[in-house]
Design a protein around this ligand. Structure first.
Ligand code: NAP
Ligand code: HSE
Length: 433
């Protein structure tokens, strides 16, 4: 027997707008089959005077209590963004016995375990498929479908805005600044886009993936992180010449009793699948003992793909939980595990240096690297992007400890003819070029 399911929504921006525009079709296509209907009863916004497509004045409120006290609202969709007041509102909704669906990675990365507990105590649930990978289903598979595996690594492109910007730069299309504005106009970027550009959004998502894949509680601020702000036009040119492209890569890898976890611009060989994940697409590659390797690819941001994930959670609640009264998530007990220090993390590296074009410079640099056990794999010298009598030296290394690279670079900086260290990026993969 069908029923009306009362929905409350916190926020009506990019994602909220996507949910509003998808709801009528969803009601027609699927829910009428069962006789159920989703009714958007109240929508919390800051400015109730702003015109919103698909919403009327009676649905809008700027008072959270209008949502929490409405007994006919069973499910609350949280698409406000930022940590507070979103986290506080989610708790209050759960305490009021409402199910919650959220797209908020910051809240889930910092308070996920606590919110799952609050939901459990109140016999409701919090679903968060939209918090990672936009339209890609990844939270569900990690919670359910990989259960028989010991998962060993997650390698992912999980920020649509930066992937969009890097793709545009790689194609030599437009500047960083113009690409960011385009990403904002398309509804990909966070309310504060520095969260995307500095890799913070990706770190939140990686922390969520780690907790589900490995059962580890990872503080997102402990993740070794580097944003894309320093990636320059010439880095793409040199990377392409070497057979690579550059992506903001998020990786978590179990190594013995600890794990390495980082978000960094990384060179990826052009023949790898991840190198072909362009624009707003995201990709999440999971490795486990039974599956070997599985990769998910799809749109990682934007109103429609994100609405797809939000509404999938709502449908899951309607189909499988609301009728049955109570639901509890078995999230297990999250363990703390040590994150590897730079002394233990090994990779190949790309180094770009700006140096005076003088006799002996290269020998000095090679000596500094060699003294720290870093072996050079290839070298390019180019005057294409340099000013005056300087040239750029691009070196790639064989596998080396990050700590060794960083100490060697400190020595390199002291060589008189070295003007600047442009960039140091890891190179994905262990095989030699
Ligand atoms: P947005 O466009 O900035 O929209 C935020 C909405 O929340 C606006 O409607 C705003 O009201 C409302 N709001 C914010 N603070 C409020 C407060 N204190 N009280 C009442 N209303 C408040 O953000 P978005 O891009 O839709 O993102 C929303 C969430 O989804 C974020 O957690 C984001 O990380 C996540 N997400 C976004 C995407 C994406 O592609 N954009 C994808 C996946 C997940 P006004 O309209 O009145 O200003
Ligand atoms: N700002 C985020 C991104 C939205 O660009 O990936 C999706 O989480």
């Amino acid at each position: 027997m069908g029923q009306k399911i009362g929905i409350g929504m916190l926020g009506a921006g990019n994602v909220g707008g996507g949910v509003v525009s998808a709801l009528p079709t969803l009601n027609n296509r699927y829910l009428n089959l069962t006789g159920n209907e989703l009714e958007l009863l109240k929508v919390l916004v800051r400015d109730i005077n702003k015109k919103r497509i698909g919403l009327n004045d009676s649905q809008l409120t700027s008072e959270i209590d209008d949502v929490i006290s409405d007994k006919s609202i069973q499910i609350v969709i949280e698409v406000l963004g930022n940590e507070q007041p979103a986290c506080e509102y989610i708790k209050r909704c759960l305490d009021a016995g409402k199910y919650v669906v959220t797209a908020n990675k910051e809240v889930m990365a910092k308070h996920g375990a606590e919110l799952l507990d609050v939901a459990h105590k109140n016999n409701v649930a919090i679903f968060f498929e939209a918090s990672v990978g936009g339209g890609i289903p990844i939270i569900g598979p990690l919670m359910r479908d990989f259960g028989a595996n010991k998962l060993t690594s997650v390698t992912a492109i999980i920020n649509g805005t930066t992937n969009f910007i890097l793709t545009k730069m790689s194609e030599g299309d437009i500047s960083f600044e113009k690409a960011l504005i385009e990403a904002q106009n398309l509804g990909y970027a966070e309310p504060d886009p520095s969260s995307d550009v500095e890799g913070i959004d990706a770190a939140y998502k990686l922390a969520i993936l780690c907790s589900l894949a490995f059962g580890f509680d990872v503080d997102p601020y402990s993740i070794d992180r580097q944003g894309i702000g320093s990636v320059a036009e010439q880095d793409f040119k040199y990377a392409h010449d070497l057979g690579y492209t550059i992506k903001l890569l998020s990786t978590a890898r179990l190594i013995d009793e600890s794990f390495s976890v980082s978000v960094k611009p990384t060179l990826i060989h052009l023949n790898k699948s991840l190198a072909k994940v362009d624009g707003v697409l995201n990709a999440i590659q999971i490795e486990g003992d039974l599956i070997d390797q599985v990769m998910f690819v799809g749109p990682g941001a934007g109103p429609q793909p994100t609405a797809s994930a939000v509404l999938a959670d709502v449908l899951e609640l309607v189909r499988n939980h609301l009728d049955r009264g109570s639901y509890s998530v078995d999230h297990g007990s999250l363990k703390s595990m040590s994150v590897q220090s730079k002394n233990d993390v090994k990779s190949r590296y790309y180094l770009r240096l700006i140096v005076q074009d003088q006799v002996g410079v290269l020998a000095g640099i090679a000596q500094s690297l060699g003294d720290h056990g870093v072996s050079i794999a290839s070298m390019i010298q180019s005057g294409e992007f340099s000013i005056g009598d300087t040239v750029e030296l691009v070196l790639t290394t064989h596998l080396a400890y990050e700590s060794a690279i960083l100490s060697a670079i400190e020595h390199v900086k002291r060589i008189d003819a070295v003007q600047e260290v442009g960039n140091i990026f890891p190179i994905d993969g262990v095989e030699e070029i």
